[in-house]
Design a binder for this molecule. Structure first.
Ligand code: HPA
Length: 250
C-alpha cells in the first residue's frame, strides 16, 4: 500500500474518498496513531498528516518513529512525503517544486532510530541514496502530467539536496549561507529522521517538496509568514493533483 505523509498545509486529501481511520498502537507512543484510509482510482491509500490533524505538532515534537512504525504495521510499503521548504537554489523559488535526491541532517535530539534498545547486534543501514529512485521517477512524471495538463508553468527542480534543520524557528541568513556552502538546495524541518526511519523498516520513500519562501538571506527581504501561508495554500492543490495522478498511474 502507498502512504502519503502530509506536511504543512496538507492535513486532508481533497477529492479522495475517506474509508475511515485506523488507530494503531505502537511501542513508541502512549497515544495511538490515527491513519486515514482513502480510496481513489480503485486503490486504497493511507494518509497521515505529520503535524497532526489540526496542525498542532511542531517539527521537533513529531513522533517520527511512531508514525513510520504505524504505517508499516498496516502494510504500507511506499511513502510519498509532502514537505514545505525554503528555496536556496535559484530554481527553487516560492511556488515551485523539488524532488530532492539527497539529504543533509542538521537536526539534533530527535529519536532517530528503531535500532536502539534490546538489540541482538548493532545494526546499521545503507543510506547512500536516501530517496527511492522509482518513486522519484513516478513523481516526476505525475508532476509533469499535471503541470502540462493544466498549463501551470511551474518549475520542478528534479534533484537536489534537502537540508533538514531543527526548527521550529526559521534559519538565520548565516545558517542558510552555510547550508548553501554545504551544497543544500532546499531547507525544511521534517525530512529527518522520517526518511531514515522509513529505510530502517525497508519502506520506499520519496519526497515532493513545495517551496513556500526564499530561505533566509536568499530573498530580498525578511521572510513573511503571510507569504509562506499564501504559497502553502496555492501549492497544496497542485500537490493533491500530483498525488492523484501518481495513484492513477500506479
Ligand atoms: N526553512 C526551514 N523550513 C522551512 C522553510 C525555511 O525557510 N520554509 C518552509 N519550511
Amino acid at each position: 500500500m502507498l502512504a502519503i505523509i502530509g506536511g504543512t498545509g496538507l492535513s486532508q486529501m481533497e477529492g479522495l474518498k475517506s474509508a475511515g481511520f485506523k488507530r494503531i498502537a505502537t511501542p513508541y507512543s502512549e497515544k495511538r496513531i490515527s491513519i486515514e484510509l482513502c480510496q481513489y482510482a480503485g486503490q486504497t491509500i493511507a494518509f497521515l498528516p505529520r503535524h497532526g490533524k489540526g496542525h498542532t505538532i511542531p517539527p521537533h515534537k513529531i513522533n517520527y518513529r511512531a508514525n513510520i512504525w504505524a504505517l508499516s504495521t498496516i502494510g504500507v510499503k511506499r511513502i510519498v512525503a509532502i514537505n514545505a521548504v525554503g528555496g536556496i537554489h535559484k530554481e527553487t523559488g516560492p511556488g515551485n517544486f523539488a524532488l530532492p535526491d539527497q539529504i543533509i541532517d542538521y537536526t539534533h535530539s530527535r529519536a532517530a532510530t528503531f535500532f536502539e534498545d534490546d538489540l541482538e547486534f548493532v545494526t546499521h543501514i545503507d543510506f547512500t541514496e536516501p530517496f527511492s529512485s522509482t518513486l522519484r521517477a513516478e513523481l516526476r512524471i505525475a508532476f509533469q502530467t499535471v503541470n502540462e495538463g493544466l498549463g501551470l508553468n511551474k518549475r520542478l527542480f528534479a534533484k537536489g539536496v534537502y537540508g533538514c534543520t531543527q526548527g521550529p524557528r526559521l534559519e538565520t541568513a548565516a545558517e542558510v549561507k552555510r547550508l548553501k556552502n554545504d551544497g543544500c538546495d532546499i531547507v525544511g524541518m521534517t525530512g529527518m529522521p522520517e526518511a531514515a526511519l522509513a529505510r530502517e523498516l525497508k519502506l520506499e520513500y520519496g519526497m515532493l517538496a513545495l517551496s513556500v519562501n526564499w530561505a533566509a538571506g536568499i530573498g530580498e527581504s525578511e521572510i513573511l509568514i503571510s507569504e509562506i501561508e499564501s504559497h502553502v495554500k496555492a501549492g497544496m492543490g497542485i500537490v493533491t493533483d500530483v498525488v492523484k495522478t501518481l495513484i492513477e498511474r500506479s
